[in-house]
Design a protein around this ligand. Sequence first.
Ligand SMILES: CC/C=C\CC(=O)SCCNC(=O)CCNC(=O)[C@H](O)C(C)(C)COP(=O)(O)OP(=O)(O)OC[C@H]1O[C@@H](n2cnc3c(N)ncnc32)[C@H](O)[C@@H]1OP(=O)(O)O
Length: 195
Amino acid sequence: MARYTRIPGSIALITLMNPPVNALSAAVRQGITDTVGRAVSDPEVKAVVLCGENGKFCGGADIREFAGPMTGPPLIPMIDAIEAAEKPVVAAIEGIALGGGLELALACHYRIAHVKARLGLPEVTLGLLPGAGGTQRLPRLIGVPAALDLIVTGRHVSAQEALKLGIVDQVTDGNIQEVAMEFAQSMSATLNSRC
Ligand SMILES: CC/C=C\CC(=O)SCCNC(=O)CCNC(=O)[C@H](O)C(C)(C)COP(=O)(O)OP(=O)(O)OC[C@H]1O[C@@H](n2cnc3c(N)ncnc32)[C@H](O)[C@@H]1OP(=O)(O)O
């Protein structure tokens, strides 16, 4: 599932909750769909921060659900709805952003990573390709050679390498949620002053 918190001011904080790695189970996909919809339709909300509970952004598809039939909202429309949101969505990446978790972050409009975070598209190690926009959004962001390297090796990169490659916009050693909310607040103030 995903928790929705209205932060005083104009920010909605959406927290993925699915221990141990906040994987994208059916309940989490439903939670993201519902909470992003709620944030977008609330006129008081000007920007959204997406984070994961317990120091982990998201470990990707929930491998515990691979054996059963697909239930809940599909991943691709859920991720596309974030990219299409008319309010800025900031990914606050702590711990891990892997597979569908990185694809989720790639659909956000700004990515801040904690200095100890690791990011990657390890689908190839499971015999899969990144199927939720990673093969499009990553090359657009960092170029084809660098994206192909990550996609075909499945290797994880550090936050610093992700910054150098252009996968994330900012790295912090501070409290990731506070840094992301502060950024989202300033972004929403800038947007308001121009509208
Ligand atoms: C439809 C396709 C859409 C998208 C494609 C994908 O997203 S494919 C999935 C991509 N994600 C992965 O492949 C991540 C695999 N996991 C890891 O690499 C490591 O587990 C991880 C997250 C780096 C953590 O490593 P660590 O050494 O710290 O811990 P450990 O491996 O022992 O894992 C801890 C527990 O977490 C469970 N777990 C890990 N990943 C997932 C996941 N994606 N879904 C569900 N559960 C996951 C792991 O099984 C351990 O559980 P435990 O009960 O403690 O044994």
